[in-house]
Ligand binder design. Sequence first.
Ligand code: GLY
Length: 355
Amino acid sequence: MPETHYTIVIGSGILPSVWPQIKAAHGGFNRFVVTDEHVVAAGHLNTLLGGRPASHFIIKPAGEVSKTIDTAVAIVEAMEKAYFGRDTVVIALGGGTVGDIAGFAAAIFKRGVPIVHVPTTTLAQADSAIGGKTGVDSSASKNAFGAFWHPAAVYIDIATVATLDDRQYRCGLVESVKHGLIADAGYFEFIESHLDAVLARDLDALETLAEHNCRIKGRVVEEDPFEKNKRRILNYGHTIGHAVEAASGYELLHGEAVAIGIIAAGLIEGELGLSEPGRSDRVRAVLEKLDVPTKLPADMAEEMVIDLLRHDKKAVDRWPRFVLLDRLGQAHCEAGQYAVQVCREIVEKVVRELR
Ligand code: GLY
């Protein structure tokens, strides 16, 4: 099992320096890059390699549809065909899907080889590249095959998000909003007051975001690397969010579904007397300015969302636990637990209110 402590390097325009840094850290290792067709088209693979020849695997088509066990098998077999062994370091260059698949392939290849993440999206830079969650989907559910496989290092070049399309860019920012809500009111206020700069992809604002995201997520993961309790706070907005994402047939992007889930969590907090004056309005205003959905899609049946909640992988007695807030910047804890029971009637009422 790799170390849960690792280097995270953040900077603007650092991508050309990443290859020599990996080479220096993993002297004598074979380097194998996993990326996708969008990242290649954006020019990031060329920038990473700087003209050097390197074994690589390009995931096609990009996106959740390729997050399958077949893709993981194809990556493992490509490394075998190149005669790579345990002296291999896998480099995930791309967004959340690339990181999840490449991380999983690294975890199972020859019983596990190091993975280095080079995230290029707002979602991966804020969340998925940090913390060691890897996996691929089954035909029935997300991340059905998976492993905790902590990276050897993470290199975040904030300038790479310049090539993201607007929808991807905005929805990845929802995870940053989540970090402020669960752990740092000052960070939420920074996002609130610098949203124009963030949306304009201002590099100073993005660097502040990356530093806060890595610090917040890094601390939580360090305390609870295998999600026994505290790490569950990172799932704020994700319980209903995952159900909504699946109910949309993955038409909604992850961050979009989580935005709806965050609104739902706020409504549950209201039902349980955990709200503070103005908090839900402020959260809604930030999400609306990000232009992510805050309501269920018109054609989505509420019953489907409720049914999917019963299949949540963290469900106990077929009903999931929820992460809630006590106040801005602080997750609710009940009897020492951060994921708490909420009765069905309240959840069903809240899902109906997401219209
Ligand atoms: N994205 C939630 C976690 O890494 O735990």
